[in-house]
Design a protein around this ligand. Structure first.
Ligand code: ADP
Length: 186
């Protein structure tokens, strides 16, 4: 089925979003951290960490690799799912934009897998992991341009029809608005 994918860019707190899935800029341990990761764990409550620990004890003993994504339930969040992904850390020499693009595409793949139709993303790697807002925005826009062009067209499976980028401050917001241009409805 050909899916129409709506893209939104908003200023806000991702933990408050009423969407099916929110994406967490996690670290490989999946055991929590600062920034958006800390905020998501606080808002979701202890069931989120418990589920992450179970993943570490079962399918992900060595943690989640950079550029991969995995879903858990959302606990007390308005969102039913949290999709955890690990962005590249520029301070560790992880400068390949393909790694960051993979975070966005893999998160969308996992969203489709769990049947999430609406997904909110933070600016992955734009915090402690040190990527410039403009670079993150450019990579995200590139992925979304591809998704809109080819995304669901060949799939018979479930579609994601809303992708919302939730930016935590004005400079991030304007970087995303600039990079997305007319991909986003006015
Ligand atoms: P990373 O380690 O991938 O860089 P961070 O959590 O340090 O992740 O930062 C990623 C982005 O998330 C930053 O731009 C930061 O401003 C933003 N952020 C922090 N808290 C929130 C929140 N509650 N909602 C949305 N974005 C947030």
């Amino acid at each position: 089925m050909m899916g129409f994918m709506r893209i939104e860019i908003v200023l806000g707190d991702i933990t408050m979003q009423r969407v099916d899935a929110i994406v967490n800029a996690a670290n490989s341990t999946l055991l929590g951290g600062g920034g958006v990761d800390g905020a998501i764990h606080r808002a979701a409550g202890p069931s989120l960490l418990a589920e992450c620990r179970r993943l570490r004890q079962s399918t992900l003993p060595d943690g989640l690799p950079v550029g991969h994504a995995v879903a858990t339930r959302g606990g007390n969040l308005p969102a039913r799912w949290v999709i955890h992904t690990v962005g590249p850390n520029i301070h560790w020499g992880q400068t390949d934009p393909a790694l960051l693009a993979s975070c966005f595409t893999e998160s969308l793949r996992v969203a489709r897998e769990v049947g999430a139709r609406s997904v909110a993303f933070p600016a992955i790697s734009a915090g402690v992991y040190g990527w410039a807002a403009e670079r993150v925005a450019e990579v995200a826009a590139g992925v979304m341009r591809d998704q809109v062009a080819t995304g669901d067209a060949a799939d018979a499976g479930p579609t994601v029809d809303l992708v919302r980028f939730v930016l935590f401050n004005e400079p991030l917001l304007s970087a995303f608005r600039d990079a997305f241009g007319d991909l986003v409805a006015a």
